[in-house]
Design a protein around this ligand. Structure first.
Ligand code: ATP
Ligand code: MG
Length: 440
């Protein structure tokens, strides 16, 4: 598509990306913008980053830019760094040396794939046509050439974008087996771009969803963030539930989500809606809060089990259960400590906030996670409207924030401790509230 047939203008492209494109071009290399950024500009969406692809090798790219570092796990890439903005420059990816006969010979195909058909080695350079074939969706295989400002569309991506259908390049099942994360990407792009999943894209997913178990948990955490922290959490959640993908990422939640009316389901839904709303309003969001919500029901189940079987006091049971569920979850989707620790504080505070009087209550109010814990309590109360005690407690803390003198009396009908005579000498550790009945 020549420049006069498409709307992608250099004004839509980041200055830094243009610098990279021009320097490559002026040094005699091919240089294209590729992938999500071209797609997004065609859709009138502001791209969140700009990716460049070229026939220069990573080493050649490095020699052209002082501010360049080479990275690479499965595939070597150059990052050209401009302060906060990083322009990723990838060399055209080719077919594997054995791809030519891979259709006739299963043995060769497996030379680079594991027993599930997943690509384990993926580091061959190639031509732009080969590069296009390796991309996932047709809408993602569009190239904007800095040499003539034309868009090169190798898989009818422009037509699919105009029709609003998300289509995989090649055979869907094969592409999912090569990289099961593409199933998650299908959902994410459908909601982000407001596109329909082509039936060939949609139909194999329920059957193949379990292949996500073969993806490294750290990569799935990255996908989790994109899925639930980009303003489309609610839509992604319901589509993932429909296709059986959510259950794969959070296997411990399976039993809690079979009924859309269940408190767990309602709590998750509300948390996702709140997250989307906050993002739409440009407010801060943290994955720690979602982690706390997602694992709350498994946490309660494990805590009860520990209390019943091991006779543990509630706070100990919470702490051990927290460590257990975070550990189990991390086998599938890893949760960095910087998010799991705050989640655990939110859980602990659910119990500490049952004390509504005196120095301990005051301390809870001043805790750096108080606000998150309070929001979390409101969310619990929303999910379990028939729990009147919880509603009263939430109401108490709503008022106490504006009027901390309440903490002197602990009045609002919320559970409080009976006045006790002061003692001298060391105290024995005791549970902090009179309602030890499982609500945390
Ligand atoms: P966004 O940045 O909005 O999430 P994107 O399409 O730019 O969307 P990236 O993950 O940034 O997605 O990837 C850039 C491009 O690399 C994609 O457009 C696609 O062409 C290709 N790509 C990324 N991941 C895969 C994959 N798993 N399989 C095949 N191609 C992929
Ligand atoms: Mg991108």
């Amino acid at each position: 598509m020549p420049r006069d047939k498409h709307p992608v203008s250099r004004n839509d492209i980041s200055k830094n990306a243009l610098k990279v494109l021009y320097r490559l071009h002026n040094s005699g290399f091919d240089a294209y913008l590729v992938g999500g950024c071209v797609r997004d500009i065609l859709l009138g969406i502001q791209p969140k980053d700009f990716d460049v692809t070229t026939n220069a090798t990573p080493e050649q790219v490095k020699s052209l830019f002082r501010n360049c570092r080479l990275i690479g796990r499965r595939f070597r890439l150059a990052h050209v760094v401009f302060g906060k903005e990083i322009i990723e420059v990838a060399t055209f990816r080719g077919h594997h040396a054995d791809d030519a006969d891979s259709k006739s010979s299963k043995k060769n195909q497996h030379a680079h794939s594991d027993e599930h058909g997943q690509l384990v080695r993926d580091n061959v350079y190639g031509t732009i046509e080969e590069d296009a074939e390796r991309r996932d969706f047709t809408a993602n295989a569009l190239y904007y050439n800095i040499a003539d400002f034309a868009i090169y569309d190798f898989a009818n991506g422009v037509e699919d974008i105009n029709k609003g259908v998300l289509r995989l390049i090649g055979d869907a099942e094969t592409r999912y087996r090569e990289d099961p994360v593409r199933m998650l990407r299908a959902v994410r792009f459908a909601t982000k771009l407001n596109m329909q999943l082509d039936t060939a894209v949609r139909d194999p997913i329920p059957e193949l969803a379990s292949l996500l178990a073969n993806i490294p948990p750290a990569r799935l955490f990255d996908e989790f963030l994109k899925m639930f922290m980009s303003g489309k959490a609610t839509a992604n959640f319901s589509m993932m539930m429909e296709l059986g993908l959510f259950q794969q990422l959070f296997p411990m939640l399976k039993g809690h989500l079979s009924d859309a009316q269940s408190p767990a389901y309602q709590m998750l839904l509300k948390a996702f809606k709140d997250t989307d709303k906050r993002i739409a309003e440009d407010k801060r969001v943290t994955p720690a809060y979602l982690v706390a919500v997602l694992l709350w029901w498994p946490l309660l189940a494990r805590k009860e089990q520990l209390e019943n079987e091991g006779g543990l006091p509630p706070m100990d049971a919470i702490n051990i259960a927290a460590a257990d569920v975070v550990h189990r979850q991390s086998q599938r989707v890893s949760i960095p400590k910087r998010f799991s620790l705050p989640a655990r504080e939110i859980w602990q505070l659910q119990r500490r906030l049952q004390v509504t009087k005196g120095g301990r209550a005051m301390k809870a109010l001043e805790h750096k996670r108080f606000r998150a814990a309070y929001d979390f309590m409101l969310l619990r109360s929303h999910a379990e409207p028939e729990d009147k005690k919880l509603a009263e407690l939430a109401q108490f803390w709503t008022e106490a924030q504006n009027n901390p003198t309440k903490l002197k009396t602990g009045k609002s009908g919320a559970p409080t401790r009976k006045p006790r005579r002061r003692r001298r000498g060391p105290r024995k550790k005791k549970p902090q509230s009179n309602s030890d009945n499982g609500s945390a």
